[in-house]
Ligand binder design. Structure first.
Ligand code: ADP
Ligand code: GLC
Length: 516
């Protein structure tokens, strides 16, 4: 895989300690992943796929892995491990339980169970927007994570994800700094998306049970507000992002969302590790949700999948011969659909059809509803969340469109490579790292890319793809190039293991286990 070992190679050359630690070589580790969502229990986006695939890959490498999630609506459990953990938030005490669900391929699934906080309609909000008590909810979750480590399962390394778990490294180095059990636990914080930082008014600090003394520029303070991700970035032992390119981008003003300086200060502890794919779930050979399985050796089933997708979206079969552009996305500004809105009229003058699935901002939902109404024979759109349809679009479309303004990793373009659904992407973040430009002459490359964030560049790029589509042999080549790529989790999981070992070494007091 392009993202994993290469980066870590550089990283280890640059940061390998000058001493040799004889007692801390590679060995079986106990690894705890703390995150706010994880498939199959809860999902709003790619984070859930990562919290499903990475732990299983780590377990397969011989480690002992557990995942800690909030227990949301509908999550079934098997047993209660601790019926009440005392969590202090401001002047109130709360008493979540630590419960356990079904282990998945040996990975334990633990939950923080507080129905009042987590048994709600949405994970982070509802139709009125974010829940107003998100700071307290995820402060309780992070505090319960530390208590879970003390009382249920003490790991060798704790790997936290995004702002919702960013408090864990902060707690370990501040309020728990004198706790003999957890104070030296090594921590890794992965930033899946810098657009979400967990920013709250200054009063949130007390509501999370934290002292005002942490409201400083070196901890939570961020332009007069409290920023959870920032504090996590400051206190974690190591930081990762989900592609190499994004690890560089977030150190710039354009992509750093105000945290570029803080991140640059920690650049020596930051590494980009590309997400992997679980091909057991996302491949045309194994997918149980598509009309017919197929592979790079025999693409016949792909035509059946296209037919099925058209029927599902109530589009006529005349589209079977037309290039069908697929979209599966959260509809948020990040994903670049303002560019599509800009060029939709011109695009629809081409001989193309569109299959779109997504939900989010009303203006983008309207965009796709409007296109479906205007071009009922060529545009099918479903507004909503539908995992089955997401798989059908991956398999049934010819082209997969991701014109993102920024994209930390992006999973759908990696899935679509394997399905022979050629990606058209803006060359940013993980899209840049995973899609290589197709060159007709050499028949090398896996997709089509554009650089400048403009409607004209997008339209131009789609037109290039459509031209290649009309050349059947060239199209087979670009499809096969993508289908033959391997982005499975194994290489990325190994890169994380190397990083966990570095984090553990960084926590060993000087002189211990060293040769000098
Ligand atoms: P992000 O995490 O920014 O949303 P990714 O590409 O990393 O982007 O991951 C998106 C994941 O969420 C994929 O598994 C995709 O199939 C899924 N997804 C996004 N929107 C929908 C939807 N409307 N219905 C079903 N699955 C969706
Ligand atoms: C975020 C990013 C996406 C990434 C996913 C999983 O949601 O937007 O690019 O693939 O996290 O890391």
């Amino acid at each position: 895989m392009s993202g994993g070992n290469g980066v870590l190679g550089i990283f280890l050359t640059a940061y390998r300690p000058s001493v040799t630690f004889l007692t801390y070589g590679p060995r079986r580790m106990k690894i705890l992943l703390v995150a706010s969502e994880g498939a199959p229990y809860s999902k709003t986006g790619g984070l859930a796929d990562v919290i499903d695939g990475l732990p299983r890959a780590l377990q397969a490498l011989g480690h002992e892995v557990a995942v800690l999630l909030p227990r949301y609506h509908g999550n079934t459990i098997r047993s209660t491990l601790v019926s009440s953990v005392t969590i202090a938030l401001d002047d109130r005490l709360r008493f979540p339980a630590i419960v356990e669900g079904q282990a998945i391929e040996g990975v334990r699934h633990l939950f923080v169970d507080d129905p009042e906080f987590f048994d709600r309609a949405g994970l982070y909000g509802d139709q009125n927007g974010d829940y107003p008590d998100n700071a307290e909810r995820f402060a309780e979750f992070s505090r319960a994570a530390v208590e879970c480590m003390k009382r249920v399962w003490l790991p060798d390394i704790v790997h936290c994800h995004d702002w919702q778990a960013a408090l864990v490294p902060v707690l370990l180095r501040t309020q728990y700094a004198k706790d003999a059990v957890v104070r030296s636990l090594p921590t890794v914080l992965t930033i899946h998306n810098l657009a979400y930082q967990g920013v709250f008014p200054p009063t949130a600090l007390r509501r999370m049970g934290l002292p005002d003394s942490l409201f400083t520029i070196d901890a939570f303070e961020f332009y007069g507000k409290v920023n959870l991700l920032k504090a996590g970035v400051v206190f974690a032992d190591y930081l990762t992002t989900v592609s190499r390119r994004y690890a560089k981008e977030i150190q710039t003003a354009e992509y750093g969302a105000g945290l570029e300086g803080v991140i640059r200060n920690r650049a020596d502890r930051l590494v980009g590790i590309l997400n992997g794919v679980d091909y057991g779930t996302w491949s045309p050979e194994a997918d149980k949700l598509i009309a017919e399985n197929y592979s790079v050796h025999n693409l016949a089933g792909k035509a059946a999948c296209k037919k099925d997708l058209l029927a599902r979206l109530r589009l006529p079969e005349e589209n079977l011969s037309r290039p069908l552009i697929g979209i599966v996305s959260r509809f948020v500004a990040q994903k670049g659909f303002d560019l599509l809105a800009e060029i939709a009229g011109e695009l629809m003058k081409e001989d193309v059809a569109l299959a779109a699935l997504g939900t989010g901002a009303p203006e983008y939902e309207e965009l796709f509803r409007g296109l479906a109404a205007k071009y009922p024979r060529r545009v099918g759109a479903k507004i909503g969340y539908d995992n089955g349809l997401a798989h059908k679009i991956e398999a049934g479309a010819d082209i997969f469109l991701m014109p993102s303004r920024f994209e930390p990793c992006g999973l759908n373009q990696i899935y679509s490579l394997r399905y022979g659904t050629v990606p058209v992407v803006r060359a940013t973040g993980g899209l840049d790292d995973t899609v290589q430009k197709f060159v007709t002459g050499t028949r090398q490359g896996t997709g089509f890319r554009f650089e400048s964030y403009s409607g004209a560049a997008l339209l131009d790029c789609i037109r290039t793809a459509l031209k290649v589509f009309r050349d059947e042999q060239a199209w087979r080549a670009v499809q096969a190039n993508g289908m033959n790529k391997d982005y499975s989790w194994r290489a990325s999981a190994s890169a994380y293991v190397t990083l966990y070992e570095a984090a553990r070494r960084s926590r060993i007091p000087r002189g211990v286990g060293s040769s000098n």
